[in-house]
Design a protein around this ligand. Structure first.
Ligand code: GLN
Length: 487
C-alpha cells in the first residue's frame, strides 16, 4: 500500500482538497517519518511539531467551512535554515546566529503558506551556504540517504536528503553556485534554480547577493512546477525581483522532444568528469535523441574561467554581506567588557567556522585597495564573457544539457580539508549561476555502487517552463526518478 509520505505534493494537495485525507494526517505522517528516519540522517535541524499540526488543523477547518483550498493544501514543506520565519529560529548553519529569531517571514515561505503549504521544519545546510557537502554546518553533517557514509551534497544538503528519504515531498533550498542542483543530483531528486530575480530573496540570509536564488527540491517535475507557480513574481520588498510573465505552473510535459534543439557544450560534458557520470550522461543523451531531440554540439569557451570567477565574486560579496555580524548589530556577542576591537574579533572568530573565515579573508583581500581591479574587476569582466557565450549558444539551441556534478556523492570527510577539491564540485553548476539563468537537475542513472547521478538542464532567462517540459519528457520516458533509497 502506498503510504502518505510516499505521495507527491500534487497528490497530497489533491487528496486534502477532496477530503479523502486530512491535512493533520499528512503532517502527522511526515513528523512520524522524521522521528523514525531522521536520527540516522540529520536532514532537519529541528521541526515545528505541534505548530505544524496546528497549521494543518487550520486548513482542515477551512475545508470544513467550505472555503477554497490552495494548490499546495496541507503539503508539508521543509525549508533551508537560511530562510527566516517570524518569531522562529534561523541560524544559516552558523554558531553566529544560534539564537537569532527573525521579526518577519521570507516572501517565498509566506507565498507557500498562502498556497496552503504547511511549514514543517528547518533543514540543515553548510554554514551561510558555503560548501558543497553540508559538512560545514555548525549543527553537524547530514548523511546521504543512499549511502550513509557519503555526503548529501550541499549547501542545501538537508533539503535534498529530506526529500530523498520521504520526510517531506518538497523542500525549499537556495542556490548561489549550485546549492540546489548539486545536492539534488547527489541525492537522486529534482532540483530547480529559477532565473535570478524570479523568486523573491526577501528573508533569505544573504551569501552573495548578485548570485543568490531561492530554489526547490522535489521528487517530481509537477511538484517543482507547483512550487514555482506559488512563489514566483515580483515582490516590492526585493528590488531585484522581476515581474516576468507568470509561469503557467504545471506545464504539461512534452510528449516527445521532436523539434527541440538541445545544445551539448563540450566543456561541460567531458573534461574532468568521473567515468560513471560521463557514461550515464552519454546514455541519457541517446535517450533524448530517441525522443526526437536534435543534439547540437556547442561551445562555452569562458567556462574555463567559471570556477575562479565564481569564487572571487562569491567571496567578495560574502565578505561584504557578513560584515554585519559583529556581535553588536547582529550575531552572538563574545568578549563583552573588553575593547570594541577585541569584542568584534572575539565575536567573529568564535561565531564563524573555518570555511566562512577563510572566505571572508580572501574576499576582503580581493576587494582591498590596489587589488580591486586586478581581481574583482577581472571577475566581473569574465562574467560578462560567459554571459555572451550563453547568448551565442542559445541562438542555435533551445536548452543546454550536461551532468550536474562531476562526481557522485563522496565519502564524508574525504574533501573537507581540501578546499580546491570541494570547489571543483561546482564546476558544472556555477556557469548558469554567473549568467543568472534558470537550471534544473534531474536523476538520470546510478553508479555501480547505487549512488544517483544527475542531469542538468540550462535555459535562457525566464525559460523555466521549457526546463520543466523537457525534464518532464525525459522523466516520462525513464524511471530513474522513481527509485528510492533504502528505507
Ligand atoms: N558550493 C558553492 C559554494 O560553496 C555553492 C554554494 C551555494 O550555492 N550556496 O559557494
Amino acid at each position: 500500500m502506498t503510504e502518505l509520505w510516499q505521495l507527491s505534493a500534487a497528490g497530497l494537495a489533491d487528496q486534502v482538497r477532496r477530503g479523502s485525507v486530512s491535512a493533520r494526517d499528512v503532517v502527522r505522517a511526515s513528523l512520524d517519518r522524521i522521528e523514525r528516519v531522521d536520527p540516522a540522517l540529520h536532514a532537519f535541524v529541528d521541526h515545528r511539531g505541534e505548530r505544524a499540526l496546528a497549521d494543518a488543523d487550520a486548513i482542515d477547518g477551512a475545508r470544513a467551512r467550505g472555503e477554497p483550498l490552495g494548490p499546495l493544501a496541507g503539503v508539508p514543506i521543509g525549508w533551508k535554515d537560511n530562510l527566516v520565519v517570524a518569531g522562529e529560529r534561523t541560524s544559516a548553519g552558523s554558531r553566529m546566529l544560534a539564537d537569532y529569531r527573525s521579526p518577519f517571514t521570507a516572501t517565498a515561505l509566506q507565498r507557500l503558506q498562502a498556497a496552503g503549504a504547511v511549514l514543517l521544519g528547518r533543514t540543515n545546510m553548510d554554514e551561510f551556504g558555503m560548501g558543497s557537502s553540508t559538512e560545514t554546518s555548525a549543527h553537524g553533517p547530514t548523511r546521504n540517504p543512499w549511502h550513509r557514509d557519503c555526503v548529501p551534497g550541499g549547501s542545501s544538503g538537508g533539503s535534498a536528503a529530506a526529500v530523498a528519504a520521504g520526510l517531506c515531498p518538497l523542500a525549499v533550498g537556495s542556490d548561489t553556485g549550485g546549492s540546489v542542483r548539486q545536492p539534488a543530483a547527489l541525492c537522486g531528486v529534482f532540483g530547480l534554480k529559477p532565473t535570478y530575480g524570479r523568486v523573491s530573496r526577501y528573508g533569505l540570509i544573504a551569501y552573495a547577493s548578485s548570485l543568490d536564488c531561492v530554489g526547490v527540491l522535489g521528487r517530481s517535475v509537477d511538484d517543482l512546477a507547483l512550487w514555482l507557480a506559488a512563489t514566483a513574481g515580483v515582490d516590492p520588498a526585493d528590488p531585484t525581483s522581476v515581474a516576468a510573465a507568470p509561469t503557467t505552473g504545471a506545464a504539461a510535459p512534452a510528449a516527445d522532444l521532436r523539434g527541440v534543439r538541445i545544445g551539448v557544450p563540450w566543456q561541460l560534458n567531458g573534461p574532468g568528469l568521473d567515468d560513471e557520470v560521463l557514461a550515464t550522461v552519454q546514455t541519457a543523451l541517446a535517450t533524448l535523441r530517441e525522443l526526437g531531440a536534435e543534439l547540437v554540439e556547442c561551445s562555452l569557451p569562458s567556462v574555463a574561467h567559471a570556477v575562479p570567477t565564481y569564487y572571487l565574486l562569491a567571496m567578495a560579496e560574502a565578505a561584504s554581506n557578513l560584515a554585519r555580524y559583529d556581535g553588536v548589530r547582529y550575531g552572538a556577542r563574545r568578549g563583552e567588557g573588553t575593547s570594541c576591537d577585541a569584542m568584534t574579533t572575539a565575536s567573529r572568530s568564535r561565531g564563524f567556522g573555518d570555511e566562512v573565515q577563510l572566505r571572508i579573508l580572501l574576499g576582503t583581500f580581493a576587494l582591498s585597495v590596489g587589488y580591486q581591479d586586478r581581481y574583482y574587476g577581472q571577475a566581473i569582466r569574465a562574467r560578462e564573457l560567459l554571459r555572451s557565450d550563453f547568448a551565442r549558444a542559445f541562438a542555435a539551441c533551445d536548452l543546454l544539457v550536461s551532468p550536474t556534478s562531476p562526481v557522485p556523492a563522496f565519502p564524508l570527510g574525504s574533501r573537507i580539508d581540501d578546499p580546491l577539491a570541494m570547489y571543483l564540485c561546482d564546476a558544472l553548476t556555477v556557469p548558469a549561476s554567473l549568467a543568472g539563468l534558470p537550471a534544473l537537475s534531474q536523476p538520470c542513472g546510478y553508479t555501480a555502487a547505487g549512488l544517483p547521478i544527475g542531469l542538468q538542464w540550462t535555459a535562457p532567462a525566464f525559460g523555466e517552463d521549457r526546463l520543466l517540459q523537457v525534464a518532464g519528457a525525459f522523466a516520462a520516458a525513464t524511471d530513474h526518478h522513481s527509485r528510492r533509497p533504502p528505507a
